[in-house]
Design a binder for this molecule. Sequence first.
Ligand code: FES
Ligand code: FES
Length: 159
Amino acid sequence: MQPTSFTVNGSAVSVTADGDTPLLDILRNHLGLVGTKFGCGQEQCGCCMVLVDGRADKSCGKALSTVAGREIVTIEGLGTRERPHPLQQAFLDEQAGQCGYCLPGIIISAKALLDRNPAPSPTEIAAALDDNICRCGSHIRILRAVERAARLLREGAGQ
Ligand code: FES
Ligand code: FES
C-alpha cells in the first residue's frame, strides 16, 4: 500500500491505508480528528462534512485515494475553545443546537457558504444547508446563528 499525502487543517499528513477507505474513517481513526461525525454513512445526513479545497463535501462517501494532494479542513481547523471561529461563537450565542451532533457538519457547510457569499439571504442559507439534517429540529436557531456569523464576519470578527 502506498501512502496518500494531503493537507489537514494546514498540516501535511501522509496516511497508509486502503485507497477505498472513507476519508471520514481516516480522519477519525487514523488522525484522531473526531470532531467530524458519522451519521448515516450513506451521504444522506451531512454530519460528516469537511471542506475539500474550500468546498463542503461529505467525507463518508469520499475515498482516501481521491484526496491525494487536496486541502482538507475539519471542524478542528476552524477555531479553538479559547478562540472560537465567529461561526462557532454565533452558534453558542444563539444556543443553536440541542444534542449538537449535527453541528460540526452544519458549521462546515455554513463556512463554505460564507466564504463564497458574505451576505447570504435566509433563502440562500437554507439552500446551503439543504444537505445537512438536524434530528433535534434546531433549524430556526441554526439559521439565526448563520445570519449572526455572517454579520460578525462582515464586522471583522475573527481577523
Ligand atoms: S455520515 Fe456522511 S452524510 Fe451521513
Ligand atoms: S442539534 Fe441534535 S441533531 Fe442537530
